[in-house]
Ligand binder design. Structure first.
Ligand SMILES: Cc1ncc(COP(=O)(O)O)c(C=O)c1O
Length: 377
């Protein structure tokens, strides 16, 4: 199988799997228990938290382990808006966010917040003028993703945060689910207040991830109960998942340069090939993260191409895994105003560093044959 759907999920790294099994076998106590076994398990949890905090340049008590990107994004939207609502009720969210941000923001509107949507240009990138038009002195939260999951477009986070800092007291949340491990992501590199990471997008385990806050930032809890995770996320902390998350984060961080180079070389081999077909339009902009290439074949439905490739054991997806089973058109492609001839045919190829040039060369042969059958190009 050639698997080019790494933005949907990645294969678990053997080291992460080893960690998960070992922690389950040896440290399965409740980390809140006061006996020695609980204490040892808690030590392990705290060292995982410390490792992640060092990588993200914050303090350990600002790392909250969660069930993944969706929960972290919900916690950021509700938790930050509620924490800072005495300053105002205005929230800005980009139009191209993942549904776990968009839908949470729609819920905020029902709770008396005023949400406005930051538009993007035809490359799927936020233009700073749009932020300038929308930001107000009573804006309390701005949520912008680092890399878009459908196109790979890199958003101008530094430029946005510089403007927001100068002109408001708003806190800034960044969904880094698609950028962590591909671009430098930490509070030292990017002037944001909260960062979402999902483990299964970086060769970690599904159902785990984290929300990180910058030092001195605060968030209101969403889950109430025993007060675990500094009172922010009640429920017995799943130590094996948390420690595996730390492992995946460390591997992605330590191998960033090498992995990014591999993915860049892969996509540099692929893009000229794809654009040599007259009926293909590249959807990903030039300023994209190296692991995502999305394109469209004119007047061909994405599903047709996906099925044809699947028959040859090549796994790709439509623009996002979440929307791929829905018949509605992607909100990201709509926001980019992709023309009708192309909008239904968008295919996303997404890579990880375990993909190889050999796979790309095989893909080229298979794709050329598929195109002959479906299009005659
Ligand atoms: C940009 C982005 N944010 C959030 C999520 C949700 O992450 P999870 O699957 O861990 O809930 C995804 C998953 O596709 C994503 O691509």
């Amino acid at each position: 199988m050639i698997y080019f759907d790494n933005s949907a999920t990645t294969k678990v790294h053997p080291e992460v799997m080893k960690t998960f099994v070992a922690v389950n076998e040896k440290f399965w106590a409740n980390p809140a228990s006061i006996h020695e076994f609980g204490h040892q398990t808690n030590e392990l949890l705290q060292s995982a938290r410390k490792q992640v905090a060092e990588i993200l340049h914050t303090s350990p008590n600002k790392i909250y382990f969660t069930s993944g990107g969706t929960e972290s994004n919900n916690l950021a939207i509700f938790g930050l808006a509620n924490k800072y609502k005495t300053r105002g009720r205005h929230v800005l969210v980009s139009e191209i966010e993942h549904p776990s941000i968009l839908e949470a923001a729609k819920q905020l509107m029902k709770n008396g917040f005023e949400v406005e949507w930051i538009p993007v240009n035809s490359d799927g990138i936020i233009v700073i003028d749009a932020v300038k038009k929308l930001l107000r002195t009573d804006t309390i939260l701005v949520s912008v993703m680092h890399v878009n999951n459908e196109t790979g477009a890199i958003q101008p986070i530094q430029e946005i945060s510089a403007y927001v800092r100068q002109n408001s007291r708003a806190v800034i949340h960044m969904d880094a689910v698609q950028s962590f491990g591909k671009l430098p992501v930490h509070f030292g590199a990017l002037d944001v207040d909260a960062i979402t990471i999902s483990s299964h997008k970086i060769h970690g385990l599904k159902g785990s991830g984290l929300l990180a806050l910058k030092q001195f930032m605060e968030v209101e809890p969403m889950l109430f109960g025993g007060g675990q995770e500094s009172g922010i996320r009640s429920g017995t902390t799943p130590v094996p998942l948390a420690v595996s998350t730390a492992k995946a984060v460390r591997l992605a961080h330590d191998n960033l340069q090498e992995n990014a180079k591999t993915m860049k070389e892969i996509t540099e081999n692929l893009i000229p090939f794809l654009t040599s077909f007259p009926s293909i339009k590249l959807i990903s902009p030039t300023n994209r993260a190296s692991h995502i290439v999305s394109f469209s074949v004119r007047k061909i439905k994405g599903e047709v191409l996906i099925n044809a490739l699947q028959q040859k054991n090549v796994i790709v997806s439509t623009s996002s895994a979440c929307s791929s089973r829905q018949t509605t058109t992607s909100h990201v492609l709509k926001a980019m105003h992709i023309q009708d001839d192309y909008i239904k045919g968008v295919i996303r190829l997404s890579f990880s560093a375990i993909n190889t040039q050999e796979e790309i060369n095989q893909f080229k042969k298979i794709f050329t044959n598929v195109m002959k059958v479906i299009k005659g190009d």
